[in-house]
Design a protein around this ligand. Structure first.
Ligand SMILES: Nc1ncnc2c1ncn2[C@@H]1O[C@H](COP(=O)(O)OP(=O)(O)OP(=O)(O)O)[C@@H](O)[C@H]1O
Ligand SMILES: [Mg+2]
Length: 581
């Protein structure tokens, strides 16, 4: 190196340093240590810290230059790494969705990331120092300072929920947190922190609180409505246990609340209503329906039953699983009693209506024998007993005709009677049919409607109220008669009797034009009639159906060989033959 120019180690981009250094040296000044780059022999760069001092001779003239170059490659590497790390942290802070900040120990702000600038609309200059308090909501500002002072005094973390103003003037809730940075002696030198937007969380919190409040209010309302409802109300678990009942229900059935809570729906339901109840509950649980209404009987505590209308709904949990039942229970005993009276009246009305229809024929049926009796009696009065044996013949004939009249009157009195409260007695089907036909035959004959009745086995017996059984027959025959008569051509009504196991089916078939499809569903409804006023009141079939059901049987409309057919099906009474076990 001796004898070589300084340019050998001076990189081209540092040539400018030469002029600067020589300028200082010329003025006798020392160039303080400065970091620069020099070239190695192999032309690689090396970082050095240079100190250049003038060497003066004894006259104080510059005799040379003393240059000290210290290899600072390692320090530069560390510095560069630090700078890179710092840049990385800076980029990280800038990329965060939160506001990142730092302050001096006294709270004067020295750093905010861009999120702060974009949210508050304040420039960094406006925010530094005390500027950070500007966006705080006036109501929160004091709190923010207090929290800050407290954190400084305690040397702990800083945490505060407060509202910060957005650039457009809207305030949102933020969570501001900070941690102190301590030096080796434990003194706070800086604060670092973040602000996190918690508006959505706060909103959710407010909404949850509101929902809870609404729930509490509606629960209170439900409780009030439940307790004060005029009708009985109950909550029932899926296994049928009462879990909550109101006072109206306690009063209605006579059980105390605690007695209710130890019992089940099943145990206080009338046994005859249980099966239908269970079918409804099954439909609810299987999701086939969401509620049901039905009339049923509950056993009251003092004995006896009360008729109620229950409306039951199934409540499901959030996951759809059945949770419990809600039942409303209305006492309908009075209505049921009134209906029973009305039903009795309807039955009577229907019976009398059928009789009225038949009455014309019956009068004729009585008048004929009366006329014969009258003629015979007149003959006798005028001619006396001229021939031997004449008196006996006349008397015999008069007695015969009087018997016919007596039979008609007996039948008439029989069916005109109100048999609704009669006991169920064993009776011969054949006998009742014959008695009923006495009243109907004349009408059919007079109107030229053929009535075809087969011989009936006198041993066929049923358990019945005779009057009511006759009433069904009269109704069906009357309907058949009306239908057949309205037709041209062959007019007939036929009664068929078929037995099957323990049942007998009596079918009344007619030659009428049939029941229009659209009306089929309605004909059994009370007061449904297609007949002119004065001819029918629309009670015949509904009353007959009810009577059939009361006798454990059915009444149905069907077709038989293209003709209308009403079939009455009743259980037969079977007697064991002698000698059977
Ligand atoms: N055999 C039948 N053929 C065609 N329609 C019939 C027959 N029987 C009943 N119907 C229809 O059903 C309706 C209801 O019959 P229902 O016996 O209940 O009442 P009604 O005969 O009209 O009056 P009433 O109360 O006098 O019996 C009739 O009006 C008629 O339209
Ligand atoms: Mg009728």
């Amino acid at each position: 190196m001796i004898g070589q120019s300084i340019h050998r180690i001076l990189p081209d981009d540092r040539l400018i340093e030469e002029a600067f250094i020589f300028e200082r040296i010329r003025h006798g000044e020392r160039v303080e240590p400065f970091d620069t780059v020099r070239l190695r022999k192999d032309q690689a760069s090396v970082h050095v810290s240079m100190t250049v001092s003038p060497i003066l001779d004894s006259h104080g003239h510059i005799a040379g230059v003393c240059t000290i170059a210290r290899d600072i490659t390692e320090r530069v590497r560390i510095d560069e790494a630090l700078i890179a790390r710092e840049r990385e942290l800076y980029q990280l802070a800038e990329a965060m969705p939160q506001v990142v900040w730092s302050t001096e120990a006294d709270g004067r702000n020295t750093y905010f990331n861009q999120r702060w600038v974009s949210y508050t609309g304040l420039s960094l200059e406006e925010s530094y120092g005390d500027g950070w308090t500007k966006p705080f909501h006036p109501d929160d500002r004091q709190r923010a300072w207090d929290a800050w002072r407290n954190a400084v005094t305690c040397g702990g973390g800083y945490s505060l929920e407060c509202r910060l103003r957005r650039a457009d003037g809207v305030y949102r809730w933020w969570l501001v947190r900070g941690v102190p940075f301590l030096d080796a002696s434990g003194v706070i030198t800086k604060w670092y922190g973040t602000c996190t937007d918690i508006q959505d969380m706060k909103q959710a919190e407010i909404e949850t609180k509101r929902t809870r409040q609404l729930l509490a209010e509606s629960e209170a309302q439900f409780r009030g409505a439940f307790e004060t409802a005029a009708h009985g109300m109950a909550l029932v678990s899926i296994d049928g246990t009462f879990t909550k009942v109101n006072q109206s229900l306690c009063k209605m059935l006579g059980y105390t609340e605690s007695e209710f809570l130890q019992t089940t729906c099943r145990s206080i339901t009338h046994p005859d209503d249980l099966e239908a109840d269970l079918a409804h509950v099954r439909a609810l649980l299987h999701g086939e329906t969401d509620h049901y209404d039905r009339e049923k009987r509950y056993r009251v505590r003092s004995g006896g039953v009360v008729w109620v209308l229950v409306s039951v709904s199934l409540i499901r949990a959030c996951d759809g699983a059945p949770s419990h039942f809600v039942a409303q229970i209305q006492d309908i005993s009075d209505r049921r009693a009134a209906e029973a009276v009305l039903c009795g009246k309807m039955t009577t009305s229907s019976r009398l209506s059928a009789l009225g229809e038949m009455a014309g024929g019956i009068a004729h049926e009585i008048n004929n024998p009366l006329a014969v009796i009258h003629a015979l009696a007149s003959d006798l009065a005028e001619q006396g007993f001229s021939a031997p044996g004449e008196a006996a013949r006349c008397g015999g004939e008069i007695a015969q005709y009087a018997d016919r009249i007596a039979t008609i009157v007996r039948s008439l009195r029989h069916i005109a009677r109100d048999g609704e409260t009669d006991p169920f007695d064993e009776a011969s089907i054949s006998a009742i049919v014959q008695q009923t036909l006495v009243l109907c035959r004349a009408r059919f004959r007079d109107e030229a409607v053929k009535l075809d009745v087969p011989p009936i086995d006198p041993e066929l017996r049923i358990l019945c109220r005779e009057v009511q059984f006759s009433q069904i027959l009269v109704n069906l025959l009357q309907n058949g008669f009306d239908a057949a008569q309205a037709q041209t051509g062959d007019k007939w009504v036929r009664l068929e009797v078929v037995t099957n196991d323990d049942q007998v089916t009596l079918s009344v078939i007619d030659s009428g034009k049939g029941i229009p499809e659209a009306l089929k569903k309605r004909i059994m409804e009370p007061f449904f009639t297609t007949k002119p006023v004065g001819k029918g009141v629309g009670l015949g079939l509904s009353v007959s159906k009810k009577i059939a059901e009361d006798h454990g049987g059915t009444l149905e409309a069907r077709e038989s060989g293209g003709n209308t057919c009403f079939s009455l099906c009743l259980p037969l009474v079977r007697h064991r033959s002698a000698g059977c076990a």
